[in-house]
Design a binder for this molecule. Structure first.
Ligand code: MRU
Length: 369
């Protein structure tokens, strides 16, 4: 997608030095646009952990490049299999909720099974990481095409007045490699001249909506309004929301969705107000091995400082200010589970399906052959 007049992906290989993985530093957006170089497994671990890179598909791709960088660390003394499986375990441990991370790391490790020399390990790992990026881009493009139909249908019913879409967190191109999952249908609708307007939840505590989704939508000319997280219910009651579309970090085979904390409350409000609630996700975010999101998905708990402090821009720099008494105890759960029964449908690269085990397995039956 474009920043200014230039096209970017959220992760890429440095053309002049293929031993360097480049990412947009999402900790600095929207205040500073900075590119960060990742040169080692540790660099990738830190970038995922401190959320320089974030969003399920992107942390998967970063993990995949992490294994590529691990192959560059091999020397004549290295026990190759031990080194690679340690790197894989280490990278997967960064963030527990998004299944894309373990999926992508294990995908690259699987490709390396039969490689022996460090040169072939490196080449195969790089090819696999790039393949994952291309696949995620294509997934988003397809999600865009399928999701567009929903927006078109609403637009027709509203006789061309703007379709109001509410979203939570950032499931845009920054979170993916390009296009985004939630944003792909919105960008396509906008390109087709369908009037759209996005309600952007600020997404406390890290404010990915306020900092990243607004930035992305603004760069791409999409009308949007930033709202506090608590406004969704009111807007839905007042019929100012036509459809809710959110992303997913892990979806069970039965259709329960883990996404950024606060998603569940939006789903409850949408259900009560009979507003369609969709999750847009690539199949790399589906964990086909689990059936009960509430019992089986590990919810990341992050530093309470993210709750007790707010980070923003003042006097030319990014600063953090405390918003509660010094001794306040805070809890910081990163994600919650939206049960399948509250979800109208899943927008995937293969089409739209209901959030049921039957429909999910049917749609992705080719993965089980
Ligand atoms: O903690 P984050 O910023 O990585 O959380 C991101 C989300 O919850 C997104 O909605 C999800 O990863 C889907 S991104 C296409």
């Amino acid at each position: 997608m474009k920043i200014g007049n230039q096209n970017y992906q959220s992760i890429w290989i440095d053309e002049s030095d293929p031993a360097v993985v480049r990412v947009i530093d999402q900790q600095k957006l929207p205040f500073f646009f900075e590119i960060k170089d990742l040169r080692s497994v540790d660099d990738v671990f830190n970038a995922i952990e401190n959320m320089t890179v974030r969003g399920a598909p992107l942390i998967g791709a970063a993990g995949a490049f992490g294994i590529y960088l691990a192959t560059l660390e091999i020397n004549s003394q290295t026990n190759i299999r031990e080194h690679l499986s340690n790197a894989a375990r280490y990278l997967i441990s960064c963030r527990p909720t998004a299944v894309n991370l373990s999926w992508a790391v294990n995908y690259v490790i699987g490709k390396l099974k039969n490689e022996q020399s460090s040169t072939s390990l490196t080449k195969t790992a790089l090819d696999a990481a790039i393949e994952i990026c291309e696949m995620e881009k294509e997934n988003c493009r397809q999600i865009g095409k399928h999701g567009l139909k929903l927006i078109e249908a609403i637009s027709k019913k509203k006789k061309g007045s703007p379709v109001n879409i509410l979203t939570h967190c950032n499931a845009g191109w920054l979170a993916c490699i390009d296009y985004g999952t939630v944003t792909a249908p919105i960008y396509l609708a906008h390109e087709k001249g369908i009037p759209v307007h996005v309600w952007v939840d600020e997404t406390r505590p890290r404010n990915q909506g306020a900092k990243l989704t607004t930035y992305e939508l603004g760069q791409n000319g999409i009308p949007h309004t930033l709202i506090p997280d608590n406004s969704g219910g009111h807007l839905m009651q007042q019929k100012h929301v036509d459809i809710v579309i959110v992303g997913s970090d892990r979806t069970t085979r039965t259709g329960d969705v883990a996404n950024k904390i606060g998603t569940y409350l939006k789903a409850l409000a949408a259900f009560d107000n009979k507003i369609p609630f969709y999750c847009a996700l690539p199949s790399s975010s589906i964990d086909f091995n689990i059936s009960d999101g509430v019992k089986e998905i590990i919810i990341e708990e992050r530093d309470p400082d993210e709750v007790t402090n707010v980070t923003g821009f003042s006097e030319g720099k990014i600063q953090s200010v405390r918003i509660c008494p010094d001794d306040t105890v805070a809890a910081n759960y990163g994600f919650d589970i939206t049960p399948a029964r509250l979800i109208t449908g899943l927008i995937t690269e293969k089409g739209i399906c209901r959030a049921t085990e039957k429909d999910i397995i049917e749609m992705f039956s080719y993965k089980f052959n």
